[in-house]
Design a protein around this ligand. Structure first.
Ligand code: IPE
Ligand code: IPE
Ligand code: MG
Length: 240
């Protein structure tokens, strides 16, 4: 048997980075990069769902992104509304189910309404799960999980499964952990994304900024993944 994994990733997570630099390079305001980034989201969702990816998680807004100038934050809060207004019919046609991770309750009401509507309208879809990380931070998510566990005063000892079950990514089970984690724009860090879940993810970094990311870039990342050897601390046994 080949030493390398031949299995497609079930769950791909993407840190969609580089929108601002993409725009600056073109002498455009940063928000033009965010706007263009929506087209990359459309391409990526389309490709991922067509090739049978089970879960695609997209990091759209972090708990730290509130520290940006208020007009940029305001624009970013409107983006999900634009996105879902434009793409919900396509998502339904592609049988894509939308879910979210992160603290949605702290988003502006109009953003929450739009997100909740997309979740509701696609809840019967049985194809790919498209998970938006919105107001998401892994430390925040872990903290909330621990606080909930503490408040339950469980009689059983806490296990790894207890923790995983209290993370917001639990909605993605049985594919809670990303097999492949991609970051665009050349930064080589996780920026508070899926810290627990990415313990054994294969990481892939690409120089291109997010608005330039294409379906072929996604396929190339998957191809790299399929040539990786996943060992989980043990010795290679084949499979994924
Ligand atoms: C990613 O692009 C989108 C968000 C974080 C919301 P950036 O806005 O971080 O773009 P750069 O990294 O400044 O180029
Ligand atoms: C990570 O990108 C967050 C998202 C892509 C939503 P950032 O641009 O916020 O991360 P840093 O600041 O470069 O670490
Ligand atoms: Mg960035």
């Amino acid at each position: 048997m080949s030493k390398h994994t031949k299995k497609m990733p079930d769950h791909i997570a993407i840190i969609m980075d580089g929108n601002g630099r993409w725009a600056n390079k073109r002498f455009l305001p940063r928000v033009a990069g965010h706007k263009e980034g929506l087209n990359a989201v459309e391409r990526t969702v389309q490709t991922a769902s067509a090739i049978g990816i089970k879960v695609l998680t997209l990091y759209a807004f972090s708990t730290e992104n509130w520290s940006r100038p208020s007009d940029e934050v305001h624009f970013l809060m409107k983006l999900p509304i634009d996105f879902f207004n434009r793409f919900v019919p396509q998502l339904i046609e592609q049988n894509v189910r939308v879910v979210t991770i992160g603290t949605i309750e702290d988003l502006p009401q109009a953003t929450q309404n739009s997100v909740n509507r997309a979740v509701e309208l696609t809840k019967e879809c049985t194809g790919m799960t498209l998970c938006f990380a919105l107001n998401y931070g892994a430390q925040d998510d872990l903290l909330r999980a621990f606080q909930t566990i503490q408040s339950k005063e469980l009689s059983e000892p806490i296990t790894k499964e207890t923790i995983a079950a209290h993370l917001s990514t639990h909605v993605l089970a049985p594919f809670q952990a990303p097999d492949l984690l991609i970051r665009t724009s050349g930064e080589i860090r996780l920026s508070n994304f899926l810290l627990w879940e990415s313990a054994y993810s294969e990481l892939y970094f690409i120089e291109k900024a997010w608005p330039d990311f294409t379906g072929d870039d996604l396929k190339q990342a998957i191809n790299h993944y399929m040539h990786r050897e996943r060992r989980y601390g043990g010795l290679f046994k084949g499979g994924k």
